[in-house]
Structure formats: C-alpha cells, structure tokens
Design a protein around this ligand. Structure first.
Ligand code: PQ2
Ligand code: NAD
Length: 211
C-alpha cells in the first residue's frame, strides 16, 4: 500500500528552486501602510492590484499628475490617500512597503535607494533588479488564492497561466475547504494523528500514477 504522505527528498525540491529564489508570502496589507509613487498607468495598475486583493489596505499615493481612475478609487475608499505633488523623502515616513512607478527612471532609482536606506520593502515597476518583491498574477476561488510569478521573465505568461488555472480549478473547492475546516476543528488527539487523518481524507484529491 502507498503511504499517505510521500514527500520527495528535500534535495530534489532544492534543485528545482535553484532557478527561482523568490520566497512567496501572503501579506496582510490592511495591517501595513503602502506608499505608491506615480499616478499614471502603472500606478493605476499597481493600486488596482493592491485593492483587488486587499480592499482594506492602507495606501498613500503621491504624484504631481494622478489619473482620474485613481481619483475615483480614492473617492470610494477611505483608506486610500492621494498627495498631489512630486515625491518627497518624508513620504517614506511610517510606511512599510513602497511601490515606485514614476516615468523617470533616475528618480525611481533615487526613491528606491532612499526606501532601502530605511529598510522598506520596495518594488520598482520598471527595474526588476531594484525590486525587493514582485507583484504576482493571482487566481482566486473563494478563500483559495494562487499567486504566480515567472521570476520577472514574462508577466504576460503569468497573466495567461492565471487564466488557465482559473478555468482548471473546480468551483466546488470552497465547499471542500469549508468541510475540511470543520473536520479540522472537530478532530481530537495529538498533532500527528490530526495531520494523518487530514491527509487520509484528502488523499482522494491526488490521483497518483502507480509506480
Ligand atoms: C503579474 C503582474 C502583477 C501586477 O502588476 O499586478 C506583473 N505585471 C503584470 C502585467 C504586465 N506588465 C507588463 C506587461 C506588458 C507585456 C510584458 O512585458 O510581458 C504586462 C502584461 C499586460 O498588462 O497584459 C510590462 C512590464 N512588467 C515589468 C516590466 C519591467 C521589466 O521587466 O523590465 C515591464 C516592461 C515595461 C516596459 O517595457 O516599459 C515588471 C514586472 N511586472 C511584474 C508583475 C513583476 C514580475 C512578475 C513575474 O515574476 O512574472 C515585475 C518584475 C515587477 C512588478 O511590477 O512587480 C501583472 C499581470 C496582472 C494579471 O495577472 O492580469
Ligand atoms: N512593472 C510593470 O508592470 C510595468 C508596465 C508598464 C510600464 N512600466 C514602467 O513603469 C513606468 C511608468 O509608466 P506609466 O505608464 O505609469 O507612466 P505615466 O506617464 O502614465 O505616469 C507617470 C507618473 O509618474 C508621476 N511622476 C513623475 N515624476 C514623479 C515624481 N518625482 N514623484 C512622484 N510622481 C512622479 C507622474 O505625475 C505620473 O503620474 C515606466 O518607466 C514604464 O517603463 C512597468
């Protein structure tokens, strides 16, 4: 009989990871303060991505010119503030994350250096080499969220894969997750026996090829 939980030796995972060293995390943006610098097309793309995932995120956006769509987002969201001028270093005070998206490459680098000196996690939209983190393409099915990155190689590929995965993942996953949550809360016993039980119940989800 196959064991319920058959993990590959860790070294095999490590060889696969060598190509892409990004560490994926899921961030609670409503507990942080995000600064976006730039209010053009890319500023709009980034604030839309932030709010689509974290509608309660606290966001400040600074730019001398701010697109109308961003103004509309801010008008309907009390946690979004707009500052209508060029970036100043004081904008970095009390921020946790910074997304830099002006159309001035040298200024983007300057802002990223100031942010880095303050140990702020920074994304510079036009320069992957200056980014501490990348935004990802996101597939959402209820509580399930799958984030995709191509290691900066092709955002278009990430966007397409999102569409493929959104279609491939079944819609009833939410019900399955709710039931598993209920089982998880009901299970008694030590941690190991709970993990064994949950793995047994979910083994039907994985169709393994017999070796
Ligand atoms: C996933 C997504 C998330 C989001 O932004 O929310 C995202 N870009 C998206 C779309 C997109 N961006 C671009 C195109 C045009 C076609 C193309 O170039 O492919 C399209 C496609 C489109 O819009 O259709 C242009 C582009 N993007 C970057 C550069 C600079 C460079 O590469 O040098 C340039 C060239 C600028 C120029 O030439 O002027 C850089 C980055 N873009 C990233 C994320 C990070 C890497 C993600 C990864 O690891 O895969 C990274 C490194 C930094 C970052 O921005 O965080 C979002 C998909 C949303 C969705 O799922 O619908
Ligand atoms: N990462 C991505 O997904 C991606 C996609 C496309 C383009 N880009 C790059 O992003 C950059 C911005 O593109 P865009 O289309 O948004 O440009 P845009 O011209 O539409 O907007 C530029 C914005 O930057 C603001 N700005 C300029 N100087 C500023 C300063 N000192 N302080 C604050 N704000 C300032 C302007 O007021 C304006 O709001 C370009 O360099 C482009 O190559 C990145």
């Amino acid at each position: 009989m196959l064991p319920v939980c058959r993990r590959k030796p860790r070294s095999l995972y490590l060889t696969n990871y060598l190509l892409n060293n990004l560490f994926p995390i899921f961030v609670k943006l409503e507990q942080l303060h995000t600064l976006i610098v730039g209010g053009g097309y890319v500023g709009l793309e980034k604030i839309s991505a932030v709010l689509a995932n974290s509608p309660q995120a606290m966001v400040t956006l600074v730019a001398p010119e701010i697109r109308e769509e961003i103004r509309e987002l801010a008008a309907s969201n009390a946690k979004v503030s707009l500052i209508n001028r060029k970036f100043e270093e004081t904008d970095l005070f009390e921020k946790d994350l910074v997304i830099v998206a002006t159309n001035d490459k040298a200024e983007n680098e300057n802002i990223s250096n100031l942010a880095r000196a303050r140990h702020l996690l920074t994304n510079v939209a036009d320069t992957p080499g200056l980014c501490d983190f990348y935004l990802s393409s996101v597939v959402r099915k209820g509580n399930l969220k799958v984030a995709i990155s191509t290691n900066g190689m092709s955002p278009t590929m990430a966007k397409r894969l999102k569409e493929v995965l959104a279609e491939a993942l079944p819609d009833n996953l939410e019900t399955a997750m709710e039931q598993l949550k209920a089982v998880r809360e009901m299970l008694r016993g030590d941690f190991t026996s709970k993990v064994d039980e949950l793995n047994k119940i979910t083994s039907v989800l994985i169709s393994r090829k017999e070796e």
